[in-house]
Design a protein around this ligand. Structure first.
Ligand SMILES: Nc1nc2c(ncn2[C@@H]2O[C@H](COP(=O)(O)OP(=O)(O)OP(=O)(O)O)[C@@H](O)[C@H]2O)c(=O)[nH]1
Ligand SMILES: [Mg+2]
Length: 269
């Protein structure tokens, strides 16, 4: 990972603007604190992607907080392939000083933009969305983009797709848990059942109605996965609850947004 950081640092020297993508459902946990140091004073746009899956009220609160901190932030849905003009305009604003300086020298500058962020947040999807075509490989699992890739957009804009960058060590267990819920990292410590159980426990306090409607789950439930099994009829041949199947269903349905629009992190007041 130290090598990946060094590589990214070198690549960032080639660009005028960085788009940092995070996941709107877990804004704080999906921002790599190392990036701030790597980007230094490079103009940066924070794109809260997958906003179609996040709670819109919470996303608005994040936007207010970020903008109050002077961060150029946008909520985005790269999968919808709409609203690209707001991103292009933000790039234009961020690159304006350099473009103007070049203009004064009689040069029309090509703006180079790096798209950076933790795995699976939609970096390649954003590039395809801006390019209007499938130029970068996209898949719903972390670690899809392996090396940097330049994509040219018109005559004066180039975007660089980069591999998802994780922390050298994920020290905060809560952060690791939230990133495992969204699928940004593969949880190698917990079983699927433990992960789903933890997600359900989290949602019991924040989105109890959703759990009741979808899984008939009323908090506090001492064994929420059994409740999901009963509701869905997930039973093993001997009649025992098939909790692995229930766990996978819960995780898949949360990640696909089938539980509704859910944010797992809210800005601190
Ligand atoms: N619902 C929703 N899904 C999205 C959005 N953006 C990307 N996705 C999905 O998220 C998954 C990951 O997208 P990628 O573009 O491959 O993510 P990445 O950041 O390039 O991932 P790595 O290259 O592995 O680091 C894919 O299944 C995309 O279709 C979005 O705004 N909303
Ligand atoms: Mg990618």
């Amino acid at each position: 990972m130290a090598k990946a950081l060094r590589e990214l640092q070198n690549q960032l020297q080639l660009v005028d603007v960085a788009i940092e993508i995070c996941d709107a459902r877990v804004v704080a946990s999906s921002r790599n604190p190392e990036l701030g140091r790597l980007l230094q004073n490079k103009p940066r746009i924070l794109l809260m992607n997958k906003s179609d899956l996040a709670d819109p009220v919470v996303t608005d609160r994040w936007l207010v907080k970020m903008r109050a901190e002077g961060v150029e932030a946008l909520a985005f849905n790269a999968a919808a392939r709409r609203g690209t003009s707001q991103v292009i305009q933000a790039i234009g604003r961020a690159a304006a000083p350099k473009v103007e300086a070049a203009k004064r020298k009689g040069v029309r500058k090509t703006v180079r933009v790096a798209v950076v962020g933790v795995p699976n947040v939609g970096k390649s999807t954003l590039i395809n969305c801006l390019a209007g075509a499938a130029r970068a490989r996209v898949q719903d699992k972390p670690g899809v983009t392996r090396g940097k890739q330049w994509v040219r957009l018109g005559d004066f804009l180039e975007l660089m797709d980069t591999p998802g960058l994780l922390w050298p060590r994920l020290e905060d267990p809560k952060t690791a848990l939230l990133l495992a819920f969204t699928g940004a990292i593969r949880d190698t410590v917990r079983t699927q059942e433990e992960l789903a159980q933890a997600l359900l426990q989290d949602l019991e306090t924040t989105y109890p109605k959703t759990l009741e409607q979808r899984y008939g789950l009323v908090a506090p439930d001492p064994n929420p996965l059994d409740t999901v099994c009963r509701k869905r009829g997930f039973l093993l041949p001997g009649g025992q609850p098939d909790s692995l199947r229930a766990a996978q269903a819960v995780l898949d349905e949360f990640r696909a947004g089938r539980l509704g629009r859910i944010s797992l992190e809210v800005p601190s007041p």
